[in-house]
Write a protein that binds this ligand. Structure first.
Ligand code: MN
Length: 196
């Protein structure tokens, strides 16, 4: 099991939360997931698979397709790759209590180059300069994650890169509120779990 998941596990009681403990690893190739999380405050958890875990950022306003917009992204603990399949309700009293929706999911490609050479994504992550091309249901094209502070700082910015998919008029979090896997809104996910 990855040591990167110790923070994740410390925060959760797996006998109480339906979230995965992790450790099996995902079968598929590198993927990203954006989970809409209605907890004490609503945010979008942006996660990309790097070195066997999901590197994670909480984006209060969610991703934008407008290249002029910089969205605050606060780095959070690594999550297991199995978390990419989690949609449901975290019970009251547990860490992150609230509703989780798989808002978008898909594969990605590393875009970061230096002097014409690809920079491995582990390196660009360490340098605080990640550039990926997303192939999701909603998010497509290049996105940059840029660390703004020093090494102890968890603040990054999520920015749509200028390309054919960029759109100055599109805010997908407003226009496309349904789950990428179940077609449910976050309210419908909460209702479905209550009626179980
Ligand atoms: Mn969250």
């Amino acid at each position: 099991m990855s040591e990167g998941l110790s923070d994740y596990r410390k925060k959760r009681k797996f006998e109480k939360t339906p979230e995965p403990e992790g450790g099996e690893g995902a079968e598929e190739g590198p993927f990203f997931v954006v989970q809409k999380h209605k907890a004490s405050s609503l945010h979008y958890d942006f996660r990309i698979q790097i070195e066997g875990v999901l590197k994670s950022w909480a984006v209060p306003k969610g991703p934008s397709m407008k290249p002029s917009v910089k969205r605050l992204a606060i780095e959070t603990e690594d999550h297991p790759t199995e978390y990419g399949d989690f949609e449901g309700v975290i019970p009251e009293g547990e860490y992150g209590a609230g509703v989780v929706q798989i808002w978008d999911r898909g594969t990605f490609e590393n875009l970061k180059t230096e002097d014409g050479e690809e920079v491995p994504i582990e390196e660009s992550y360490e340098q605080g300069q990640v550039e990926v091309r997303l192939e999701g249901e909603k998010l497509r094209g290049g996105f940059a994650l840029v660390k703004t502070g020093g090494s102890d700082d968890d603040k990054w910015l999520l920015i749509k890169m200028r390309d054919d998919e960029a759109d100055p008029d599109q805010e997908p979090v407003d226009d496309m509120p349904k789950s990428a896997v179940s077609d449910r809104t976050i309210e419908e996910i909460a209702e479905d779990e209550e009626s179980d």
